[in-house]
Design a protein. Structure first.
Length: 470
């Protein structure tokens, strides 16, 4: 059945009259109102339109109002006229009395879908649209292979159809990217001053939306991996039992023979495979080349704008040739005149290092070094004994034993808390006791337990120090 046989012959008339902007806003208001209440009655719809018309009364009075809406009427009369017009065009369902006794004014299904599609096309945020479609395809395929997957119950409607829809939407988004580059190039060619370049870079939403999505695809590193996984899972899906179930499901839905169903399924899989492996890379390569062209165009155009549409390179070349062919006196005069047109300011910063006086090294200082004379055995032993006496080992076995003798004071065992670990030296003594535990000659042994103990000096493993049986 044809589209124009499905809907009313006046279905598209509100978009073609002089009040199309008002009609579009009014039907959008009714759709939003219908989402808030279970049933939209004519009274609620009329009140919604009256409120909208009162708020935008100034714009209505200043516009060229048509026959359907008149500025001389009240908002109540205009609201009733709009509802009657919407019902004639098929935007509102025919009159039907509801439970309250008032007529139902529900927005028709085709009108609701049309208005929602218009909002998505012109008001939707395009940021991340390409990546969202790629992620959706990946998640559909991944969930289809899951255990007890709900998508596997109806694989054609729940797996293949959503994949085809996301593929078509992804193609459209890539075409939008390509068209965006063309629009950017046209805008650049129209710029005639520096202010236009600044406004283009700072305020152009098309430029921001384009580059944000593009650079995420190129630099995130996620998309190539997802594309590869999608290709792998598509091949796996095509050789799985879900493929035969798709053919059978399509045959029942469309009431066709198995050969026809298999041809259709194979064609759809072929479109997915061709897009993932060929068309996607081809489109992204085209966009890459156009991006480079855009940058070159932008750079050239900016140079021309900044130079006042004058090729400075050619002018500078002419000037140098004139100076080369001029005699000495004329050349000096020209260079002097040119130097007066250019003012160069030098700005510097003086730090402490700039005026700090360097200290001179004393040239008469004698070199200090070790004596080359050899020490006798007696002298070497004497120096060693002096070193050990001046710097004894604080954590030797004898010192650790004396430390714990003071702590035990007649007891057979102590815990970490009872050791009183207040300083780093106390903690090191406990560590030394762990090292010497089990060593012959050390009268204590350590028994480690689970967990840690928080002390003033450090966190120490929970342990108990026991005196060895003699």
């Amino acid at each position: 059945m044809s589209l124009f046989e499905t809907v009313s012959e006046r279905f598209f008339n509100p978009f073609c009259c002089r009040n199309r902007a008002i009609y579009f806003e009014c039907i959008s208001q009714l759709i939003e109102k219908s989402k808030e209440i279970p049933v939209l009655y004519e009274t609620d719809a009329r009140n919604t339109l009256i409120l909208y018309l009162q708020n935008c009364r100034y714009s209505i009075e200043t516009e060229n109002i048509g026959e359907e809406i008149a500025s001389g009427r009240s908002p109540q009369e205009n609201a009733s006229a709009i509802l009657r017009y919407f019902r004639v065009c098929g935007w509102i369902t025919p009159q039907e009395i509801g439970r309250s006794g008032d007529n139902i004014a529900s927005v028709s299904a085709y009108c609701r879908k049309l208005i929602d599609a218009i909002h998505k096309i012109f008001d939707g945020d395009a940021n991340g649209a390409i990546t969202n479609h790629i992620f959706s395809m990946y998640e559909i395929l991944k969930s289809s292979f899951g255990k007890d997957s709900a998508r596997a119950v109806r694989p054609y409607l729940n797996i293949l159809v959503p994949l085809i829809e996301n593929e078509c939407d992804l193609k459209n988004e890539l075409l939008i990217l390509k068209d965006s580059i063309r629009e950017i190039m046209r805008a650049v060619m129209k710029m005639a001053d520096v202010n236009s370049f600044g406004q283009f870079l700072m305020k152009d939403e098309l430029l921001n939306r384009f580059f944000n999505d593009y650079f995420f695809i190129k630099k995130s590193g996620l998309i190539p991996a997802y594309i590869s996984d999608i290709d792998r899972m598509l091949r796996k899906l095509r050789h799985s039992e879900l493929y035969e179930r798709m053919v059978e499901e399509y045959r029942k839905i469309e009431n066709v023979e198995e050969i026809r169903a298999r041809e259709t399924i194979n064609r759809q899989f072929g479109e997915l495979d061709s897009f993932i492996n060929l068309e996607y890379d081809k489109e992204m390569g085209y966009i890459d080349r156009k991006i480079n062209t855009y940058y070159n165009l932008y750079s050239t155009r900016m140079m021309m704008v900044l130079s006042g549409s004058t090729n400075l390179e050619n002018e500078l070349n002419r000037l140098l040739l004139i100076l080369k062919n001029a005699n000495g006196e004329d050349r000096e005069t020209a260079i002097s005149r040119l130097s007066q047109t250019h003012c160069l300011m030098s700005v510097g910063y003086i730090g402490r290092k700039s005026f700090e006086r360097r200290k001179k090294r004393n040239p008469n200082q004698k070199n200090v070094g070790l004596s080359a004379a050899e020490l006798s055995e007696e002298e070497r032993q004497r120096l060693t004994d002096e070193l050990l006496t001046e710097a004894p080992d604080r954590y030797a076995m004898d010192n650790v034993e004396k430390h714990f003798d003071r702590i035990f004071a007649g007891r057979d065992f102590v815990s970490v808390e009872e050791c009183g670990v207040h300083t780093r030296d106390d903690a090191t003594m406990i560590a030394a006791s762990i090292i010497y535990s089990g060593t012959a000659g050390f009268p204590y042994e350590v028994e480690l337990k689970d967990g840690l103990v928080e002390t003033e000096a450090a966190r120490i493993s929970n342990l108990t120090i026991k005196r060895k049986e003699r």
